[in-house]
Design a protein around this ligand. Sequence first.
Ligand code: ATP
Ligand code: MG
Length: 298
Amino acid sequence: MQTERLRIAIQKKGRLAKECHELLKRCGVKINFSGDRLIVHAENMPIDLLLVRDDDIPGLIMDGVVDLGVIGENELEEVRLERVALGEPNEYVKLRRLDFGGCRLSVAIDKDKTYNGPQDLAGKRIATTYPNILKDYLDKQDVKFSTCMLNGSVEVAPRAGLADAICDLVSTGATLEANGLKEAEVIFRSKAVLIQRMGEFDADKTALIERLLTRIKGVIQAKESKYIMLHAPSETLEQVVELLPGAEDPTILPLAHDKQRVAVHLVSTENLFWETMEKLKALGASSILVLPIEKMME
Ligand code: ATP
Ligand code: MG
């Protein structure tokens, strides 16, 4: 079913929702998220957003019901494996990995137990929301185990006597620690990704997706980059430039009233650390400014 407007599925509420809103806003897509609607229309572009549970996003893409989606790779891979097993449509195009939603899917065990590798999980019951990713991983290690499917409170399963171990998402590890568990094995590393359905798109939609992608790239690059300005003695200029991260092509400008010094401007792909700033100062650099970049396009 082709609609004229580009349909993008994003999580309605939860860990990915806020960052999705922020990303769209930075890309110049104007959306009013107030109210409790399933579909919201962008005010300034032919884009409709579908606000759904994250569990539904991979299927909507794989069935070709929406054009684009933002989803955690963990959820995407889980649904893909499930659909492969069921012989249902399971294809999608990965357009871009995004810079949020980072986490890992890990097996965790009682903090007092020893762990020497996946073989220690043989014959154990593991509680998880991701049975397909877990099975895929442990099948490859030739480890037989059983699962206990839980959609929430996975971390209390061992204490409640429901399972010997768990396989759950971890970011800081605080939840594991609070439940007397320790991370034993990372089985999948995940970030949010932008995905696209298979099949053809008309010229207008293709162009709009291209535009969005360019903007997303610009937003992510801008966040990771800094604009650095400083004054340096012409004498030590080469050493100064060598210290600057990612300074392939700095702009060098004369100063109005000081012939011995120049201004150096550059976009750096990294932050400038205090240690580097101190070294620059020691080389005679002054007026060192590190500025955030709001947008960029190459
Ligand atoms: P929904 O109601 O949409 O089904 P949910 O409860 O399944 O939401 P969230 O907890 O909002 O999902 O997490 C969404 C995604 O955020 C996860 O699938 C994962 O990709 C990512 N994520 C990042 N850090 C974490 C974390 N510490 N714990 C869980 N998920 C995380
Ligand atoms: Mg979910």
